[in-house]
Design a protein around this ligand. Structure first.
Ligand code: ASP
Ligand code: MG
Length: 407
């Protein structure tokens, strides 16, 4: 049996009318003979609304209860889509995570999928019925409801595709696919036909909000080919899959940005073993992710350390870092929220030297100062002042000729 997994995001199921529209599309494919498992997110804005509600009754909402609350959003849309399908004469039923089950660890609000029991689902599909599965939810071995982290329905779709060995996994969203940069910033952005898992993962982590990074990681691990498509038209979207064999194509696949980080500098740090460990360990203990780190070459016995953390964690991070700074007798701590990260991503840069200097040159010509730099095999990121973000994206898009097929 050939199985197709479809996933519809919050905007696609954002109103009764849109749910009926999704039902019509699913019904058509069902009538053409496809076996369909359809994953749904909560209706647009619903998860945020529920989080807001929790904040009105509790200062620090307990994560177990928060998961019980948030999982309800997907329960509603799964039921509504099943109802709409039945109305069109399609035999459909909803599956909540506990009914399969989708087993996760007990890390509430960020649970990891461990195993999906697909027996009941497969039998349902074999009976020529459509399965509507609530995304984002899981169940612990102990019987507690969990959620997979914001945007986690993408992960449900990929995990389920791997578990039932689906022949294709289509993720429907409110954009036409993956673009060379945010089309809202630069209309010259071009939709990509294909992108590799590694590039997509970098783009997702670096700020492109099309797919959840964890879902891409999972897709790579289980070799699930994803097609990102628009739920508002029949365009082919972008295929996310293994790297194409011959990289004679583009040097750079995309330019992306994020404004979600802040910078912390610790000045006059004693230059001796164990100091970096103390600073970063204090942040690790708080589960704060540190992204870029720069340590200057020591002058005398002192050095400076600069790094970035998510803006949302800045206040907590500074508290910790100031405490360590006092203990190690550093000279001071400074922070800066007014930064953005602009990145270029492309598997092609592995085999081509000179990409970094072209990036720096393009920024320099616009008078954009680079505050920090970090690189990996397939990406280069620069921290710049926030006000230059959009300009930097456009300039880099032009520099690497992404409007055409790249170079
Ligand atoms: N409803 C959840 C969220 O908004 C999961 C999802 O949409 O994928 O994060
Ligand atoms: Mg989403």
């Amino acid at each position: 049996m050939q199985i197709t997994v479809l996933k519809y995001g919050g905007t696609s199921v954002g109103s009764a009318e849109r749910i009926r529209e999704v039902a019509r599309k699913v019904a058509l494919r069902y009538q053409e003979g496809e076996s369909l498992a359809v994953i749904v997110s909560a209706m647009a804005g619903e998860t945020d609304r529920l989080i807001g509600l929790s904040g009105q009754v509790s200062g620090f909402p307990d994560l177990r209860e928060l998961d019980v609350l948030l999982a309800s959003g997907e329960q509603v849309s799964a039921a509504l889509l099943a109802l709409a399908l039945k109305d069109l004469g399609v035999p459909a039923r909803s599956f909540l995570a506990f009914q399969l089950p989708i087993v996760t660890d007990d890390n509430h609000s960020l649970a990891l999928v461990q195993h999906i029991e697909v027996y009941a689902l497969k039998r349902h599909l074999q009976e020529r019925k459509v399965a509507v599965v609530a995304g984002f939810q899981g169940l612990t071995v102990g019987g507690d409801i969990t959620t997979l982290g914001r945007g986690g329905s993408d992960t449900t779709a990929v995990a389920l595709s791997a578990a039932i060995q689906a022949d294709s996994c289509e993720i429907f969203t409110d954009v036409n696919g993956v673009y060379t940069c945010d089309p809202n910033i630069y209309p010259r952005a071009r939709k990509l036909e294909q992108i590799s898992y590694d590039e997509m993962m970098e783009l997702a982590v670096l700020g492109a909000r099309v797919l959840h990074p964890r879902c891409v990681e999972l897709a790579k691990k289980y070799n699930v080919t994803i097609r990102v498509r628009s739920s508002f038209n029949d365009g082919p979207g972008t295929q996310v899959s293994e790297e194409r064999e011959q990289m004679e194509g583009a040097l750079i696949s995309g330019v992306t940005y994020s404004k979600g980080e802040a910078r912390i500098s610790v000045f006059g740090v004693p230059d001796r073993p164990g100091i970096a460990f103390r600073i970063f360990n204090s942040l690790a203990m708080e589960s704060i992710n540190v992204d870029m780190i720069i340590q200057n070459v020591g002058r005398g016995n002192l050095t400076d350390l600069t790094f970035t953390v998510p803006v949302a964690d800045l206040d907590r991070a500074v508290k910790r870092v100031e405490q360590v700074a006092r203990e190690i007798e550093a000279e001071g701590v400074l922070t800066d929220r007014d930064i953005a990260k602009v990145s270029i991503v492309g598997a092609g840069m592995k085999s081509h030297p000179g990409v970094a200097s072209r990036m720096f040159g393009a920024l320099a010509r616009e008078g954009i100062n680079i505050i920090m730099i970090s690189t990996s095999e397939i990406k280069i990121s620069c921290i710049i002042e926030t006000r230059y973000t959009e300009l930097a994206v456009r300039v880099l898009h032009d520099e690497f000729a992404l409007e055409r097929d790249g170079e």
